[in-house]
Ligand binder design. Structure first.
Ligand SMILES: *Cc1c(COP(=O)(O)O)cnc(C)c1O
Length: 427
């Protein structure tokens, strides 16, 4: 394999663009045929989801919540693609007005947020339990095209779980670098179970990141961190899919947790693309939420991006415990382009929001709850209005981190195996 490059000469990250001539696969619409035919195409593909394993000819691609949008992601024939398929995650109406009377539990989330028209997109419903699968299917597909035998990443846990799973499917070796002691047990277990060579670095994520870049250069291993532009292309599909679920009626706000800022970058890019194709009539405002102890992007935002900040990160939300975000420049552009905001929330606010999501029966990992904590704060500050239509992204599954915040939430009792003991507890 010849050595691919991941960075620009200036040191910045690269961006993938699909040229308009290669956008026309099969019988797909061109720009001139307009938004209705794109919508029809994506809807037709989605309708074949249930029966894909028994079909031929792009059935897997159509069933994937990433490759369904392949003209806007990476136009490739099915034989090159490594897919589970992923995506097709739930979009839950949880606002006080849009939540049906059959879901009083979910309505508690709308009450907490202070929003009438509120949805949660649960990316924890992806195959390995986080949105990272959307980027990884495209990243591993690219590694496959390049003939890579081994792939690697540094990770706060979810990227490594996803990498290990997709590499195993594709028959590649995977090597993951994790910050020792800072990875939730569920994520570490996934990497090990899927067979990744798992290296815990005595340091934080940013140290692991520096090491993996050096190792990949030295040993010609394909690097699949979020500085890899093809992962960003796959993550754009979170936005395409939720817009499709809203029948292409764009919300006022899109809110998500922010660590390395790959997701902020990807979603912003997708919204711009959807707007250019007239799939949506306006671009939602984006709110990126950081943990107060890992808030370099928030600090830059507060200085109107006068300077790029780096911090030593501390937070219970390990998936966003990042002090020097890789996709800073892309994400800055997204916040500016969408008239967006960056907010910070304390660990206490994150755990309180997690309790609300968990007890509604939906559940998520701590970093994901930053979304609801941020919404709660932005509504209280009057930046998001109570009648705005808002979509929040939950990035990871409850089971990823089954420890943090759980003891405070519920507590658990152990009883003797007699009905009297149970009666005493329930009375
Ligand atoms: C990776 C991750 C994030 C942060 O996303 P970035 O693209 O790094 O900003 C948030 N939540 C979860 C669960 C994650 O796995």
């Amino acid at each position: 394999m010849s050595l691919p490059r991941y960075r620009c000469n200036c040191g910045g990250v690269l961006d993938a663009e699909v040229s308009s001539s290669s956008q026309q696969l099969d019988n797909t619409p061109d720009a001139a045929t307009g938004s209705a035919s794109w919508q029809r195409l994506f809807d037709e593909r989605a309708s074949r989801l249930a029966t894909w394993p028994s079909r031929r000819g792009n059935a897997l691609l159509d069933a994937s919540g990433v490759w369904r949008y392949r003209e806007l992601v990476l136009p490739l024939p099915e034989r090159f693609v490594v897919s589970r398929p992923e995506g097709n995650t739930g979009l839950y109406p949880v606002g006080t007005a849009n939540c049906g009377s059959d879901r009083p539990g979910h309505r508690q989330i709308g009450l907490y947020a202070g929003l009438e028209d509120f949805f949660l997109k649960h990316e924890g419903e992806n195959p390995t339990g986080s949105f990272k699968d959307r980027g990884m299917t495209v990243g591993i597909t690219m590694a496959n095209l390049l003939g890579a035998k081994a792939v690697a990443c540094a990770s706060t846990g979810n990227t490594s779980a996803s990498l290990a799973s997709y590499a195993a499917q594709a028959g590649m070796r995977s090597i993951v670098f994790l910050p020792a002691g800072s990875v939730a047990p569920g994520k570490l277990a996934q990497s090990l179970a899927y067979g990744a060579t798992t290296i815990q670095v005595r340091g934080d994520f940013d140290d692991a990141m520096r090491l993996v870049e050096q190792v990949c250069d030295e040993l010609s291993i394909y690097l699949l961190n979020s500085l890899n532009p093809f992962r960003i292309e796959g993550q754009k599909a979170i936005a395409f899919e939720l817009l499709q679920q809203l029948d292409w009626d764009a919300p006022d706000w899109l809110v998500l947790p922010a660590g390395n800022l790959g997701n902020t970058s990807a979603i912003g890019k997708a919204l711009q693309q959807a707007y250019r194709l007239s799939l949506i009539g306006r671009i939602p405002r984006i709110a990126s939420i950081q943990a107060a102890g890992a808030n370099p992007f928030y600090r830059s935002f507060m200085s109107s991006f006068a300077s790029r900040e780096v911090v030593e990160p501390h937070t219970v939300a390990s998936a966003i415990k990042i002090g020097n975000p890789v996709s800073y420049a892309r994400a800055r552009h997204v916040i500016e382009m969408s008239d967006g905001v960056v907010e910070e929330v304390s660990d206490e606010e994150i755990l309180a929001a997690k309790g609300v999501i968990d007890r509604a029966g939906i559940g998520c990992e701590p970093a994901s709850a930053a979304t609801l904590a941020g919404v709660h704060k932005l509504v209280a500050r009057g930046i998001i209005k109570g009648n705005d239509r808002v979509v929040g992204v939950l990035t990871g599954n409850l089971l990823k981190d089954s420890v943090t915040g759980i003891a405070q939430e519920i507590g658990s009792v152990v009883v003797e195996p007699h009905i009297d003991a149970v009666r005493a507890v329930l009375s």
